[in-house]
Design a protein around this ligand. Structure first.
Ligand code: MG
Length: 268
């Protein structure tokens, strides 16, 4: 009888120990897999808010004439890789805002400015905006976009609703220097180990799936150091299952609906 009780307790302890923590879901460039939505559009942010997601990611670039816009790098952003098609491609950083406005997004929207995006972000109390600041031509240019972004976010009263990610260490350092203390900043490039990122003084890593798949120990190593772990861009079910099992803190995905379904099923 006593033995049975001990075994039951041991089994319960084992279940507790192996329970998977629930990761937060971030829609990659907003939730764009619905009709009338497309990547980095205002509609994609609205749809992410409608799903009640933890976060909606977007990419920002500064135009030649100093306007910060939400776009991945070229217009039309989704058609960059479709070779052979005669689609006008404009380098955002070398174009004026007016030039960019001439090209419509897939859903008919005009390229959103960061200001318009923040206006929409303000409408949700739940869904955070995860802003990726893209690489720019010089460190001075990168400081300029960081400063203006941080100021604009503050002006909109969104300091607690915005997190930052960047590939460039310089951008991470400038964000750390200029954003309010405690603002989450994660490094994207995948080349620094947990000890180095801890030394950078930022809040965590946001690494590509392939990087973490090769170095799964980095996940726990980061978490032991108090760093958060985000992973991009995980869409396939088997990959989503793997990152959930690994106990990452955030999953950035183009399929937040599937991610949510799997989390519900796996993290009880
Ligand atoms: Mg991005």
């Amino acid at each position: 009888m006593i033995m049975k009780k001990i075994l039951t307790l041991a089994a319960a302890a084992l279940i507790t120990a192996t329970a998977i923590a629930q990761p937060q879901v971030i829609a990659h460039r907003g939730y764009h897999a619905t009709k009338g939505s497309c990547r980095n559009s205002i509609e994609a942010l609205k749809q992410a808010q409608k799903l009640g997601l933890y976060g909606s990611e977007c990419d920002i670039n500064m135009t030649k004439d100093g306007i910060i816009v939400v776009a991945h790098g070229y217009l039309h952003p989704d058609k960059i890789y479709r070779r052979g098609e005669d689609i006008p491609r404009l380098n955002i950083q070398k174009s004026t805002y007016e030039e960019l406005c001439a090209i419509k997004l897939e859903n008919g929207e005009t390229i959103p400015t960061l200001e318009q995006y923040l206006e929409q972000a303000k409408k949700s109390k739940k869904t955070k905006l995860i802003i990726e600041i893209k690489d720019h031509a010089t460190p001075a240019k990168e400081t300029e976009i960081v400063q203006q972004t941080v100021d604009m976010v503050a002006k909109f009263g969104l300091n607690d609703m915005v997190e930052y990610i960047a590939f460039r260490p310089w951008v991470c350092f400038e964000l750390k220097r200029l954003a309010p203390e405690g603002t989450p900043i994660a490094y994207l490039n995948g080349d620094y180990d947990p000890a180095y990122v801890e030394g950078m003084g930022i809040s965590g890593i946001d690494y590509k799936y392939d990087v973490l798949k090769k170095k799964p120990k980095w996940i726990k190593s980061c978490q032991k150091r108090g760093l958060k772990v985000n992973v991009w861009t995980v869409n396939a079910e088997e990959k989503l299952r793997w990152v959930i099992e690994q106990g990452v803190d955030y999953i950035t995905t183009d399929d937040p609906v599937l991610a949510n379904k799997l989390i519900k099923e796996m993290c009880k």
